[in-house]
Design a protein around this ligand. Structure first.
Ligand SMILES: [Zn+2]
Length: 156
């Protein structure tokens, strides 16, 4: 196999994606380089736009467009009286896809157990602020480790 540093680097990066190992990464990179105009060009452009314009919302933890605002907590039109607290965005997407919950979401960014002593990395203060500001009557903990109260650890 040829050693082209840019390709090797791309394989290395792609293999870091979830569910992909070096073999899958090589197949993906081969597909990309064989479809320069159809895949590499729009992918590079889209990645640059996402890198530039999409950040984590400091209030709710969801992804936020720096152009249009946070669709999860800033520009949302519906008003709810309950909020569902999840660990990460994948959890929110799962619950949304199930169509069993209608309300606000709040993404903590992990759990106390998962972040260890970096409790300040979790969006706990902004959760309290949102509960007060939005007059929330029900907080639903939908974290994998919602038994943390039994371990003597409290979120707030
Ligand atoms: Zn937000």
């Amino acid at each position: 196999m040829q050693n082209i540093s840019e390709i090797d680097e791309l394989i290395k990066i792609v293999s870091k994606l979830p569910g992909l190992g070096p073999k899958s990464a090589k197949r993906i990179v081969l597909k990309l380089v064989n479809n320069r105009d159809e895949l590499i060009k729009p992918l590079a452009s889209t990645l640059a736009q996402v890198y530039k314009n999409i950040t984590r919302c400091k209030s709710c933890g969801s992804l936020k467009s720096n152009i249009s605002g946070c669709a999860n907590c800033e520009v949302i039109k519906d008003k709810f009286n309950k909020i569902c607290v999840v660990e990460d965005l994948a959890d929110q997407w799962s619950i949304e896809n199930s169509n069993v919950y209608k309300g606000y979401f709040h993404i903590l960014g992990g759990t106390i157990s998962s972040v260890g002593n970096r409790k300040e990395d979790l969006l706990i203060n902004s959760l309290v602020e949102r509960v007060i500001r939005d007059k929330i009557e029900e907080v639903i903990l939908a974290t994998k480790e919602n038994n943390s109260l039994q371990n003597g650890k409290r979120l707030v």
